[in-house]
Design a protein around this ligand. Sequence first.
Ligand code: HPA
Ligand code: ZN
Length: 336
Amino acid sequence: MEAATKDFVWSLPKAELHLHLEGTLEPEMMMTLAERNRVDIGYPDVDSIRQAYVFTNLQSFLDLYYAGCSVLITERDFYDLTAAYLQRAESQGVRHAEVFFDPQTHTQRGIRFETVIAGIHQALVDYHSAHGITSCLILAFLRHLSEEEAIETLRQAEPFREWICAIGLDSAERGNPPAKFARVYEEARRQGYVAVAHAGEEGPPSYIWQALDVLRVQRIDHGVRCLEDEELVKRLVADGIALTVCPLSNVKLRVFPSLAESNLPSLLERGLRVTINSDDPAYFGGYLADNLWAVTTTFKLTRKQVMALAANSFYASFLPESDKKRHLANIEGTAF
Ligand code: HPA
Ligand code: ZN
């Protein structure tokens, strides 16, 4: 069986399904925006920012991630952030990106919802016109905040309904089960949104059950702890629920001690619909192809296995069927 080369991994058409735009804020841009907006971030240079990126768990990362967001103030900042991500993603073979944004991270600091979404949306539209990359914007609620605050955020999103395709749930998982957000998900579903949720990254399998049965999500973000519950694995496989796995993130946040010790091979063996994603690439050391290449080399994946992962990313996307078919045909076409 033929091994997948680096060129092959980069050139393969891929969809990114688990990416936080705020997590693409590279230290260079953080410095630039800090100067532009006269925000004191407490670091003298780019190297000292990078040196701070040593995490012990999800919360230790979130503390830095939210602090970094303080440099994002104007519509132009959100535009630049999104445009820079799209450029990097395209250079790694991403053809379609379903990206999270965390409005509450910004509205809590006094930035208007409209400022955030207008900058992001314009960059997505412009990049699509110029480069053909399609996208879908996912509004993520911060689960460490209350459900009332999530409901208020959904209300703020109403004038921008057609710019947003789905809702999600992120931030500190432990102690904030999906069921806490039952009503806001129900209301969002009534408004026609599809839904995803982070579950089973640090939280137990019961959180994945809740995401499925209470929030009625179509994908699980992370979900790697599902293997602790045999019935849950059967359910995920039977319903074809995709997991948006983020290998480099899982190592940086110590979900697994190393990539070699991650449970990716077991997830694949069990027939789960796994997709590979980058989560917060500026903090975790790699964009989508970097993540795919890391698992390819660590687990000596064949071209066929890598193609299956790329195909899963389109199957599990919210693209119309005709677009999925076109991308899947292009993956086959890459198998020279
Ligand atoms: N998990 C939870 N919340 C997040 C993450 C994550 O990996 N990235 C950004 N917010
Ligand atoms: Zn995430």
